[in-house]
Design a protein around this ligand. Structure first.
Ligand code: IPE
Ligand code: IPE
Ligand code: MG
Length: 239
């Protein structure tokens, strides 16, 4: 089928992905859940490269939620080990991959080694082709609570008055402070819920839910999601 003109348009500037389905992928193969997370990390590498090739500027990925601590200690340590390995490699290859990093989430609950890797990655301030916003111990509600707390502290310190607070000002207290809202949010794995992802930023995002497990997610799935996005009619409340 020939692509319509709309589908050949530029990709969204900011794509966000809920990287879901690793556990089911492993189960289907009789493998431990951690093997699913390892395959999920490979899928992430492929998709980050594809975003760079397409010219997507921001890629936000949900890697570990504030609710994921409910999982077994075994699974959590497996995920943390994979994250450490990934970040070590990413720090080494930043130049080659042209990807820079930001972290959204409360990192204080992560191990000191992992926190240091996150800080090191963030402090490499070169402007690369793609900015990956890694959501780690991230929850959309938690993000808004942290923002409200920090605004309250600024009020207490006399920097702001409560009535000065606007949507634009509240945004500056979020983890995403200087990142535009995602135009497109993709959730693979067949689940149709947000699971506490980008609650504030998604007010007018287009959602694409796909029936593929994250470790099987390939560049053509991203192309398909972008094509769906281009077919949407975004009205932002207008008539
Ligand atoms: C997503 O895959 C990865 C994390 C939440 C860390 P899941 O582990 O949730 O995979 P399913 O949903 O159980 O298949
Ligand atoms: C969302 O997936 C979190 C991540 C992908 C990191 P979950 O697997 O944790 O969400 P639920 O439990 O299906 O809502
Ligand atoms: Mg899941």
């Amino acid at each position: 089928m020939a692509l319509s003109e709309k589908e050949t348009l530029a990709p969204p500037r900011h794509i966000a992905i809920i990287m879901d389905g690793n556990g089911r992928w492993a189960k289907q193969r009789g493998l431990p859940r951690t093997a699913g997370h390892a395959a999920g990390a490979e899928a992430f590498r492929r998709i980050a490269n594809h975003c760079r090739a397409l010219g997507v500027k921001y890629l936000t990925v949900y890697a570990f939620s504030t609710e994921n601590w409910k999982r077994s200690q075994d699974e959590i340590s497996g995920i943390m080990r994979l994250l450490r390995r990934y970040l070590e490699e990413a720090l080494r290859d930043m130049e080659k991959n042209r990807v820079c990093f930001r972290f959204f989430g409360d990192l204080s609950r992560l191990s000191p080694e992992l926190q240091k890797l996150c800080r090191d990655a963030e402090s490499r301030s070169e402007e690369y082709d793609v900015q990956v916003n890694f959501c780690l111990n991230y929850g959309g509600r938690d993000e808004i609570v942290q923002a409200a707390r920090r605004f309250a502290l600024d009020v207490q310190a006399g920097k702001h008055r409560p009535e000065e607070l606007t949507e634009a000002m509240l945004s500056t207290y979020l983890y995403s402070r200087d990142v535009p809202d995602p135009e497109l949010i993709i959730r693979p794995s067949g689940e149709m819920r947000t699971s506490n992802f980008l609650l504030w930023q998604s007010a007018y995002s287009e959602y694409v839910f796909m029936n593929v497990l994250w470790p099987d997610f390939a560049p053509q799935h991203l192309d398909e999601a972008i094509a769906q996005y281009h077919r949407r009619n975004r009205r932002f409340g207008g008539a």
